[in-house]
Design a protein around this ligand. Structure first.
Ligand SMILES: CC(C)(COP(=O)(O)OP(=O)(O)OC[C@H]1O[C@@H](n2cnc3c(N)ncnc32)[C@H](O)[C@@H]1OP(=O)(O)O)[C@@H](O)C(=O)NCCC(=O)NCCS
Length: 250
C-alpha cells in the first residue's frame, strides 16, 4: 500500500471498492455510469493483486489496509463488491466499524419505484426493475435484468442473480441466493441462506439453508437444522425412549 492522495478533480465523493473480481468490475462500471461517486481504487484480499490495474483502476491494497488508506487518500465512502453473501456482510460490518460510509451502486438503467425502501451497500445492476413498496436490505445484490415485483422483501445480504424474477409479496430471507433466471411465484418465502438453483421455478416456501432446483423447484439439499434433527436428535430421542422402556418406567 503506497501512494499520495491524487488531486481532487470534482466534487463527487471519493469511494473505494472492496473486491476486484468479476463482481468488482460490474460495480466499478455501475459507479462510473451512475457518476455519483468517484471510484479511486480497489482493495482485494489477494495481496498479490496490489498494484495491478483492473479496468483502469488500481488495486491499492488489502482490506486490512483500509483504515490507513482512508486517512492517506481521504476516502469516506466504500462499497463491498464480493459475490459471496457471508463475506460481503462481514466486510460491510468491518467498514462500518472503521467509520466508512457504505454507499449504493445503482445503474442508471435500473428502475426503482419511488417508494422502494433501500438499505446500504446495495448493488442494483443494469436493467434491474424493482416495483412499488419493495424493501431491499443492506448488502443486497440485485443483478443484471432481475425483476422484483411489488411489496417484496429482499433480506440483508441476499443475491438475486441476473434475470431472476421475484413475484409480488415474496419474502427472501437474509443471505439467500436466487440463481440466474430463477422464478419465485407470489407470496412465497425463501428461507435464510437458502439456495435457489439456476432456472428453478419456486412455487412453495423454501426451507432455510436448503437448496432447491428444477421446475417446479424440489429440494436437493436439506437445511442444516433438519439434518441435525435427523442425524442426532431423533436417534437420541429413540435411544432415550428405549432406555425408559427397558427400565420399565412406562
Ligand atoms: C443449485 C446449485 C447451487 C447446486 O450446486 P451443487 O450443490 O454443486 O449441486 P450439484 O451440481 O452436485 O447437483 C446436484 C444435482 O442437482 C442437479 N442440479 C444442479 N443444479 C441444477 C439446476 N440449476 N437445475 C436443475 N438441476 C440442477 C444436478 O444435475 C444434480 O443432479 P443428479 O444428482 O441427478 O446428478 C447450482 O447447480 C446452481 O444452479 N447454481 C446457480 C448458479 C448461478 O445462478 N450463477 C449465477 C451467478 S451471478
Amino acid at each position: 500500500m503506497r501512494g499520495k492522495s491524487p488531486p481532487k478533480s470534482d466534487a463527487r465523493p471519493r469511494c473505494i471498492i472492496l473486491g476486484s473480481g468479476g463482481h468488482g468490475r460490474v460495480v466499478l462500471d455501475v459507479l462510473v455510469q451512475a457518476n455519483r461517486y468517484e471510484p479511486v481504487g480497489f482493495v482485494d484480499s489477494n495481496r498479490q493483486l496490489t498494484g495491478r490495474r483492473v479496468d483502469g483502476l488500481k488495486v491499492l491494497g488489502h482490506p486490512d489496509d483500509l483504515p490507513e488508506l482512508r486517512r492517506l487518500l481521504e476516502i469516506e465512502c466504500a462499497i463491498v463488491a464480493v459475490g459471496d453473501n457471508g463475506a460481503r456482510r462481514e466486510l460491510a460490518d468491518r467498514l462500518d466499524a472503521w467509520g466508512f460510509e457504505l454507499i449504493n451502486a445503482i445503474h442508471p438503467s435500473a428502475n426503482l419505484a419511488r417508494n422502494v425502501n433501500t438499505g446500504r451497500n446495495i448493488v442494483v445492476a443494469a436493467g434491474a426493475l424493482v416495483c412499488a413498496h419493495c424493501q431491499i436490505g443492506d448488502s443486497v445484490i440485485l443483478n443484471t435484468g432481475c425483476i422484483v415485483d411489488h411489496e417484496s422483501v429482499i433480506g440483508t445480504g441476499t443475491h438475486v442473480c441476473p434475470g431472476a424474477r421475484i413475484a409480488g409479496r415474496v419474502m427472501i430471507e437474509s443471505g439467500a441466493f436466487v440463481g440466474i433466471g430463477a422464478t419465485v411465484i407470489q407470496s412465497v418465502r425463501v428461507g435464510y441462506e437458502a439456495v435457489v438453483g439456476a432456472g428453478a421455478v419456486v412455487i412453495r416456501d423454501v426451507a432455510p439453508m436448503s437448496t432447491v432446483v428444477g421446475v417446479p423447484a424440489r429440494q436437493i439439499k436439506m437445511a442444516q437444522e433438519a439434518r441435525e434433527v435427523r442425524d442426532w436428535l431423533l436417534p437420541e430421542l429413540r435411544r432415550t425412549e428405549a432406555e425408559i422402556a427397558s427400565a420399565g418406567l412406562v
